[in-house]
Design a binder for this molecule. Sequence first.
Ligand code: GLU
Length: 458
Amino acid sequence: MQRQQTIIEESLKAIMEDEEFLPDLKSQTREQAYKSLVALLSTPNHVHKSFLRVALENGTIVRVPAFRVQHSDTVGPYKGGIRFHESVNEEEVANLAKLMTLKNALHELPFGGGKGGVVINPKEYSVKELNLICKKYVQYFNDILGPDKDIPAPDVGTGEREMDWMMGEFKNIHPGEPYRNSFTGKSIVNGGSLGRRESTGKGVYFTFRYMMHDFVKENKKWLGETENRFAHTALDHSDQKLKIAIQGFGNLGSVAALEAYQCDDLQNKVVAVSDAGVMLYNEDGLDIPGLVQYTKDNDGDLPASEEELRHHDINADVKERDDLLTLDVDVLILAALEDQIHNENMEDIQAKLIVEGANGPITEEADKYLADKGVLIVPDILANAGGVIVSYYEWVQGREAQFLTEDEVFKRLFDKMKGTMDTILPQFFSDPFPLRQNCYIHSVMKLSTIMYRQGKLY
Ligand code: GLU
């Protein structure tokens, strides 16, 4: 995630050289403002760390490392998920918090950026222990959290159950104070929003569909006339039946797969999906509804043997999980964890379109290598913002105590993402920069303008 830093600095340089940007900044103060911005954006406002003291059911007491990093509150309260994963560490959480600042600014949400993490593998803990971990998290960090301070949400390894527990504990600690909007991604009965669970996966597929089906087709003529290599990658794939492979079949990957399966606008087929155990492949397209049903009945896991597949009447070959990334497909949707495409597999990637559902799934080196080859990468901050966008709608609904229907939520979600893409895509297809860089330029420009107006650039 060092790449973030490089791109932030490059983006700032580009906008600072543009005289139309903050024209009242004269050359000397511009240099100073640039340094000030690099410092502000590259470091978090606060890093909170604690060791949660948890009594396990077998009587042992463990101390579990936990973090909440508050990167920036320039645009509004800190906002971002809490991840439960054994590889969580301070640097990772800080980078993810920074990504949230950029993501929220890109989509014009009234939030800053934050992220939390607990160093555990949730599968190794009982429900009772997880409940205790959630309560302890809120007890340790309760001073810094709150509906107008810092609003966590689900991330890898957490979901509505954990958000419900956490909100419940926040309410206990702050009796008589507003608590409903202290967490988003809650269950519906507990004040959550319809559509929040599907929002990230739906948004990921929507960005891809909107770019390829609507934008590229409507702008075929001028895209064909530009020198831009990414425009040619998009055009080359716009009228074809596309083969899609999806890494990860959890809440994100399975919803994105179902959207792709059901989408009639684009002639595509999902030929491969994978989870932590296996990859399933069918050249003619997988039975995604069948697989979604199977995972619902089997604790989230995909069928892992030919026998199991036959038994459920699903036609697919079982293959090595990691081979999914290097399959001969047109589109890769990365919906698992970070750093999945790296310097050891980047040369074998065959897909020309990659959509980042997970945060940071491509390393800096691989990102550069693929972009140089003309691979069109739809970056995380653009593609996977559906979750935080619907978190925002949940937060607004909680304040107004008025609730939207599921159709209204999805309509607002798609309109929002379309609005962002209509701002970004024309510039992207005219500039030589990769899409990630364009998104960063847009976010950094917005953040810099607000920081300047708030008198923070000195
Ligand atoms: N964890 C999600 C993300 O990375 C959602 C954050 C939120 O809803 O606040 O965008």
